[in-house]
Design a protein around this ligand. Structure first.
Ligand code: PLP
Length: 413
């Protein structure tokens, strides 16, 4: 008999991460057959054409020259004020909504999701997201003793399925008074989809209609983890303007993260940005989330916050970082273009990819397809209903020919 000392709510918890599992298999194959023979499409960070992890040069240079006290010292629990200003400004660019806003520093976008679930849903509530979603959403919900529920992301035209979204919102609000909905856009993980501005209008119409019932509280968590790789800066942020003048019982929370935008993945720096018509709702937002930070991790990484504030407040540094990032954006686009073009030629069905680190091929047997691909030394991540391919991590030379191999694997399993 195994001995367990865990509390009842913690018993049996076990982080099975398919992404890390697939990555480990790829590394083993690289050790066995040589790196050049292996296609590792499992990694969620940008690798250059030599398959080395990319750090924006401006980020590296500045980080290495930060005064040591800016690295080791504590920071305010809410975050350095000039970091919060920078994160807010970089989130909205020219699309600041006409509303009250405030920001609280978090341990990356993950921290935003954690705090939002904890502070805006009741124990046992369901949190809503789309059926294609980033796996940790479920872990974050369940660890907080909440559940995850999903709407169908795509309709028959491969557009945002507003009907499914609407019926799930109403179904859940019939059972609970608070509803947190997580929408990951633009450049959704795992599909690469971005909601069109007109789709945002429809989403907000559903939310406004539901909010007519004053006993309900609707919180829209917009996960913008890939915002800086989604297209022209203001075009892909234009939807944020629509967050002005929403009903008082609607709160928008934007999950800002430095992980991808500033290639600072492990530095765990982000911010939750609250947007509301109500000053009181925003005051409460700042108070309760700071409190939860104190209770969860205290303050976050001071050096990385200082880094962002320094870059943002120096126009030439900011332009330089933007320029460096745009080269990697182009690199990802070049890789995804090859895959999309070849998928078409091979009659391989893909989910609608617009931008971002990943694209997805639907499949009824994702594990079998991924296993089959191992014969070609291709490693991708099996999801519940498809295969995720990290175009951020695979050089163009290795992407070439890959779609045909995926198509073949799908027809043979
Ligand atoms: N949201 C999505 C969809 C992601 O893919 C990630 C990272 O992979 C995150 C949020 C959070 O990243 P971080 O906590 O590093 O900011």
């Amino acid at each position: 008999m195994t001995v367990s000392l865990a509390a009842s709510h913690a018993k049996g918890k076990f982080a099975t991460d398919k992404i890390f599992g697939a990555a480990a298999a790829a590394n083993q194959a690289a050790a066995q057959y040589g790196k050049e023979k292996v296609v590792n499409a499992t990694i969620g960070s940008i690798l250059d054409d030599n398959e080395n992890l990319v750090c924006l040069p401006t980020v590296e240079k500045l980080f290495r020259t930060l005064p040591i006290n800016e690295i080791i010292n504590y920071a305010p629990i809410a975050g350095l004020p000039d970091f919060l200003d920078a994160a807010t400004a970089l989130t909205f660019a020219d699309n600041r909504p006409d509303a009250y806003t405030d920001a609280v520093a978090t341990s990356g976008g993950s921290g935003v999701i954690h705090h939002t679930i904890w502070n805006y849903t009741e124990l046992g509530d369901a949190v809503l997201t789309s059926d294609w979603y980033w796996g940790p959403y479920k872990v974050l919900c369940e660890d907080a003793l909440r559940k995850i529920d999903t709407f169908t992301l795509f309709d028959e035209q491969q557009k945002f399925n507003i009907k499914s979204f609407e019926s799930k919102v109403n179904e859940l609000l019939a059972k609970q008074n608070s509803l947190v909905t997580i929408i990951n856009t633009p450049a959704h993980n795992p599909t690469g989809y971005s909601l069109a501005d007109s789709e945002w209008d429809s989403v907000l119409d559903v939310v406004k209609e539901a909010a007519k019932d004053q006993s309900k509280r609707l919180i829209l968590l917009v996960d913008v983890a890939y915002l800086d790789y989604a297209g022209e800066q203001n075009e892909c942020r234009a939807f944020m303007k629509k967050f002005g003048n929403l009903p008082e019982n609607v709160l928008i929370i934007i999950a800002y993260s430095m992980s991808k935008g500033f290639t600072a993945y492990g530095q765990r720096t982000g911010a939750m940005i609250g947007v509301s018509k109500s000053k009181e709702v925003i005051k409460e937002f700042a108070d309760i989330n700071q409190y939860t930070s104190r209770a969860t991790w205290s303050n976050i990484n001071r050096g990385c916050m200082r880094l962002l504030a320094t870059i943002y407040n120096d126009k030439s540094l900011l332009a330089q970082a933007d320029q460096e990032r745009s080269q990697y954006y182009a690199l990802i686009r070049e890789r995804s273009d090859i895959f999309v073009r070849e998928a078409k030629a091979a009659n391989l069905n893909m989910l609608p990819y617009i931008a971002g680190f990943f694209l997805t091929v639907p499949s009824a047997k994702p594990d079998a397809v991924c296993d089959k691909l191992h014969e070609n030394h291709i490693f991708a991540v099996p999801l519940g209903k498809g295969i995720r391919i990290a175009v951020c991590a695979v050089p163009s030379a290795k992407i070439t020919g890959m779609a045909a191999k995926v198509a073949r694997a799908i027809t043979t399993v």
